[in-house]
Design a protein around this ligand. Structure first.
Ligand SMILES: C[C@@]1(CC(=O)O)C2=NC(=C\c3[nH]c(c(CCC(=O)O)c3CC(=O)O)Cc3[nH]c(c(CC(=O)O)c3CCC(=O)O)/C=C3\N/C(=C\2)[C@@H](CCC(=O)O)[C@]3(C)CC(=O)O)/[C@H]1CCC(=O)O
Ligand SMILES: NC(=O)c1ccc[n+]([C@@H]2O[C@H](COP(=O)([O-])OP(=O)(O)OC[C@H]3O[C@@H](n4cnc5c(N)ncnc54)[C@H](O)[C@@H]3O)[C@@H](O)[C@H]2O)c1
Length: 274
């Protein structure tokens, strides 16, 4: 119901590839920002006196060709030219506010680590497993609880979710090459078939897909509008070690854990603000 909506933030997977991110500050918090931004394939400029660099920040500067480093204090709006995003993590509240005001005037999205009202977006506690990305946000209420909840969710995830997603991604792109086009009846059939594959195969089975199996799945499955089983495309289930409770319980327990993790995350994300 529309009247129940509000009080949250927009959750997105922001595509930063080859965009320019300015990080002001080089301490502990900045080093975490650098990692988050490098994962997203952006170009980074760091402005911070060398005396304030955290060892991790120094390591990133020395090892990444995506980072341009300036050994000085933030100089003013000339540092904001051609910048797509600004992250400040400095121990100087007045300077932080000043940088935020300049960014807002230039309409550059900005995050100020120590002043939530000066943030256009917040960071969150992150889980990454290949293409799987989970962010836990408490919408500014309790970063430490976000960190604790992340650890619980991490423990409950299926071991090979990242592999399964990668394989399904490959299958999807091969299917789109075989049956190209956007929208229309073909698009609907493509989506229906992908949904059927993902729901009728277990996560462990999807993680086993190789090129040959994908080819068979497309030749025999997609072309005939059906979903063959793992064995029918030449795959073999991995035998559970003796005494482990067998294959189905091996799959079932992580699945229950995942649903619990996802539910707890949803509860956190949807919890009303105080
Ligand atoms: C999730 C995480 C991501 C990351 O930074 O990468 C993150 N903070 C993390 C840790 C952490 N931060 C702080 C503590 C000390 C304990 C505590 O205060 O709880 C710890 C815990 C620790 O260090 O273990 C202190 C703190 N944080 C903020 C302020 C300013 C303020 O609130 O006024 C103060 C000083 C408060 C004061 O002076 O008292 C503000 C923000 N911190 C956010 C994110 C955004 C909201 C996230 C959300 O709503 O969930 C937001 C709003 C802005 C932003 O940073 O984007 C990362 C955990 C990653 C992980 O380990 O998994
Ligand atoms: N958002 C969060 O998760 C979070 C967590 C902990 C602390 N904080 C807050 O974030 C801020 C940064 O924390 P930190 O632990 O990285 O601090 P820090 O002291 O380790 O680092 C601050 C850095 O800013 C640099 N700096 C100061 N003024 C500058 C300027 N004008 N131009 C360029 N660089 C400048 C310093 O040289 C230093 O490298 C603090 O105010 C802290 O209270 C935020």
């Amino acid at each position: 119901m529309a009247s129940d909506l509000g009080g949250g933030s927009l959750l997105l997977a922001w595509q930063l590839k080859n965009k320019r991110v300015l990080i002001v500050g080089g301490g502990d918090v900045a080093s975490g920002r650098i990692e988050s931004v490098l994962v997203a394939d952006a170009f980074i400029t760091i402005i911070c006196p060398a005396s304030g660099l955290h060892p991790l920040t120094r390591k990133y500067i020395d090892s990444s060709d995506r980072i341009t480093y300036h050994d000085r204090l933030f100089a003013g709006s000339e540092d904001l030219v051609d910048v797509d995003m600004v992250l400040t993590a400095v121990d100087d509240v007045e300077k932080s506010r000043e940088i935020c005001d300049m960014c807002r005037a230039l309409r550059i999205p900005v995050n100020v680590a120590d002043i939530p009202p000066s943030c256009d977006f917040y960071f969150g506690s992150q889980i990454r497993d290949g293409p799987l990305q989970i962010m836990i946000s408490t919408n500014g209420q309790s970063p430490k609880l976000a960190n604790i909840i992340r650890k619980r969710i991490e423990r409950s995830l299926p071991a090979n979710a990242g592999d399964a997603i990668e394989k399904v991604g490959e299958l999807r792109s091969q299917l789109k090459e075989r049956a190209p086009g956007v929208g229309g009846d073909l698009g609907k059939r493509r989506m229906r078939w992908m949904i059927d594959v993902c729901t009728s195969w277990e996560m462990d089975e999807l993680a086993l897909l190789d090129d040959e199996m994908m080819q068979k799945l497309l030749d025999e499955g997609w072309e005939n509008n059906l979903v063959p089983k793992l064995e029918e495309v030449g795959g073999k289930r991995v035998q559970a070690p003796a005494g482990s409770g067998g294959f189905s319980s091996q799959l079932l327990l992580p699945a229950i854990g995942f649903i619990a993790g996802a539910t707890s995350m949803a509860l956190v994300l949807l919890a009303p603000r105080r």
